[in-house]
Design a binder for this molecule. Structure first.
Ligand SMILES: *Cc1c(COP(=O)(O)O)cnc(C)c1O
Length: 381
């Protein structure tokens, strides 16, 4: 009899993509850098054309399906390609409700492109399910949530929003880029589809753009495969390999990034030049909601300078933390959401969301925590 055992998530991560080479037994997943696959006679094999399926991409999709606990996953050339494919599940006239302080690119793909093709959408404060209910329409087919949100880390209740969406026969989609399945498991909390910018924590090294969609149900999984193949924004073999490689150390990186973020958040909260720090653990009410659905506070910290006029000087003086957009990689990065990631949002909306000129967003890397704190203190001095 063969012994059975459920492997833990760290074991699944370390072995992501192994056992994919039937010819030589290569431990890492080979990079199948090919467009097409030779077949015998007129019968196509498992693989025929790489837009439809490619073995390196399939290995990543299978790993993500298993890690997230879904029915199927599809990976794309970027998070935005994944989000665009997701919205193509809808039809003209369908309405989407979205978290109001969400990623700027998601806001833009709707306002600048898909809105013109007839998708309707509204942005709401998804922290309050009653507010979501008030904006619900007969045509609302999807609720799209980011929690923690970007950049001020507001927390929405995934279970409550899943119940609400399902009462109306609509899908709940969670952009889980900030937490990853290592810390937050939306499908188990009732979400239908999970979205990733795999560019961030999943790949984790600031060296590859990638996106992913993971579906809870087989029908959505199948449909996403058709959309991916039909529209073609799929991930290339080399980038799928790099994402698999990054994935192996996700648990190690995120644990360290979280510890660094926690230490930085505490140091900033005590600093006289800082008016406010946003970090789940520092806000009791939001943290209680977050703790009911997530296993840790994450590696992102936002903070507001007392003097917004010093933003550029502080960023210039940093010696270790790099001023750059993006997040989730091994190097700590700092951005100015007001002028960078969230500049597309109208001014009144930015103000209402707390995206003020003095706000800075830090993505903790895996450096020595004392060095990060030293660097921020000397730049703020
Ligand atoms: C970066 C990001 C995206 C977009 O992903 P790309 O890989 O840059 O296209 C979507 N959602 C969130 C929360 C992000 O941080």
């Amino acid at each position: 009899m063969i012994a059975t055992h459920r492997f833990g998530i760290d074991s699944l991560l370390a072995h992501a993509g192994t056992g994919q080479d039937p010819v030589y037994g290569s431990v890492t997943t080979p990079i199948y850098q090919t467009v097409t696959f030779q077949h015998r006679g007129d019968a196509l094999g498992t693989y025929d054309y790489s837009r439809t399926r490619n073995p390196t991409r399939s290995a990543l999709e299978e790993a993500l399906t298993r890690l997230e606990g879904g029915a199927g996953a599809r990976v794309f050339a970027s998070g935005m390609a994944a989000i665009t494919a997701l919205f193509l599940l809808l039809h003209q006239g369908d309405h989407i409700l979205l978290t109001d302080d969400l990623y700027g690119g998601t806001y833009r793909v709707l306002t600048d492109y898909l809105g013109h093709l007839g998708l309707d959408f509204d942005f709401v404060d998804t922290r309050d399910p009653q507010e979501v209910e008030r904006h619900w329409r007969g045509t609302t087919r999807m609720l799209f949530v980011e929690t923690p949100s970007n950049p001020v880390l507001r927390i929405s209740d995934i279970r409550a929003l899943a119940a609400l969406a399902h009462r109306h026969d609509a899908r709940l989609v969670v952009d889980n880029t900030f937490m990853t399945f290592y810390r937050q498991r939306p499908l188990e909390l009732g979400a239908d589809i999970v979205v990733y910018s795999a560019t961030k924590y999943l790949a984790g090294h600031n060296d590859v753009l990638a996106g992913a969609l993971v579906a809870r149900g087989p029908e959505d999984a199948e449909r996403l495969g058709e959309v991916a193949n039909g529209t073609g924004g799929v991930l290339g073999p080399l980038d799928a390999y790099l994402t698999l490689r990054g994935l192996k150390t996700l648990g190690l990186r995120l644990t360290r990034q979280e510890e660094n973020a926690r230490r930085v958040a505490r140091a900033l909260a005590d600093h006289p030049a800082v008016a406010r720090v946003y970090y789940p653990e520092l806000e009791p009410e939001a943290n209680a909601r977050h703790r009911r659905q997530a296993g840790g506070p994450g590696g992102m910290v936002s903070f507001v300078l007392r003097d917004p006029g010093r933003v550029a000087a502080v960023m210039d003086r940093l010696q270790l933390v790099l001023p750059a957009v993006s997040l989730g990689g091994t190097e700590s990065l700092i951005t100015h959401p007001y002028s960078e990631t969230h500049r597309e949002l109208p001014e009144p909306l930015r103000r209402r969301l707390g995206i003020v000129p003095g706000l800075l967003r830090l993505s903790a890397g895996v450096e020595d925590p004392d060095d990060l704190i030293w660097d921020l203190r000397q730049a703020l001095a």
